[in-house]
Design a binder for this molecule. Structure first.
Ligand code: XBP
Ligand code: MG
Length: 270
């Protein structure tokens, strides 16, 4: 029985990377009087590294003008990351981001049907708090049964840790929930935790493979394509009735038939 929707945050709830983190990283470089800037194309490549500090560490490793002393480099990474998060929160508080189409509608629908909502993100908790407070107001903690962030799950996606912890906090099995993700790393993490995944493509991950997804869409108000093993029409948008239908098919027909649901099973390409 479907009991919860587990949402990724960056790229899924909102286009936080393009409109928030990238802008804030570049502002942080400037505030530190560093000549470094990331272009949109640089950032698309860097997003293969999940986690803002990890992304900085990866980038600095290739910069001849970054500190060579490890302690100094780590101190710079920590300082840049803290500055980036302060600036990110300011962008969010000023309303510079906003939810993606259909997110609020599907959340309301799920809550009205007494499903639980949860967040499974690798971002820092202060970033999640800023976005959720801005979009849902001061009562936002009452909307979510679990909010698992980067500090809680240090092993970054595609490691399943953040999803496993989320299921643990919800006291649910993977059969009881659906994950909603935008990136292949996120899809892989959720699938490795045993969850069926709806992929809602974001700007930076639009061409990521979505092999193993339960269904894929450009956003929740757009038509969705279910995995070809889930027989059914292409709905005009993603609503709870359709998610319930796919979820039931996923577990009732797909698994007992002996098909593998590993995320690289080519038979599961949507
Ligand atoms: C999100 C991330 C995060 C954000 C930045 O990935 O990788 O690192 O880019 O946040 P996902 P921090 O959507 O797969 O959870 O700087 O706080 O890490
Ligand atoms: Mg994401």
């Amino acid at each position: 029985m479907l009991q919860a929707l587990i949402w990724d945050l960056d790229g899924t709830l909102a286009e936080t990377e393009r409109d928030g983190h990238l802008v804030a990283f570049n502002e942080a470089f400037e505030a530190h009087a560093l000549p470094w800037r990331w272009s949109v194309e640089d950032y698309r490549r860097l997003l293969q590294i999940t986690g803002g500090k990890e992304r900085l560490r990866h980038d600095l490793a290739a910069r001849p003008d970054a500190p060579t002393n490890e302690a100094e480099r780590e101190a710079l990474i920590a300082s840049l990351h803290a500055e980036k998060n302060r600036r990110y929160a300011r962008i969010v508080e000023q309303g510079g981001i906003g939810l993606r189409p259909g997110v609020r509608r599907l959340m309301r629908e799920a809550l009205a049907a007494r499903l639980r909502l949860a967040i499974a993100t690798t971002t820092t908790r202060s970033n999640a708090d800023a976005l959720l407070a801005r979009e849902f107001g001061p009562g936002w903690p009452g909307m979510f049964a679990a909010v698992v962030c980067g500090e809680d799950a240090p092993r970054r996606k595609p490691d399943p840790q953040v999803y496993q912890l989320c299921l643990e906090w919800l006291d649910l099995d993977p059969e009881d929930a659906i994950a909603i993700e935008d990136s292949y790393n996120g899809l892989a993490a959720a699938r490795a935790a045993g969850l069926p995944v709806l992929v809602t493509r974001s700007v930076f991950f639009a061409s990521d493979p979505h092999s193993g997804a339960m269904a894929v869409c450009d956003h929740l108000d757009a038509p969705a394509t279910p995995s070809r093993r889930l027989v059914g029409a292409q709905p005009a948008h993603v609503d709870l009735a359709r998610l319930r239908e796919w979820h039931a098919l996923w577990w009732r027909d797909l698994l007992p038939s002996g098909w593998s649901t590993s995320f690289d099973d080519p038979g599961l390409v949507a």
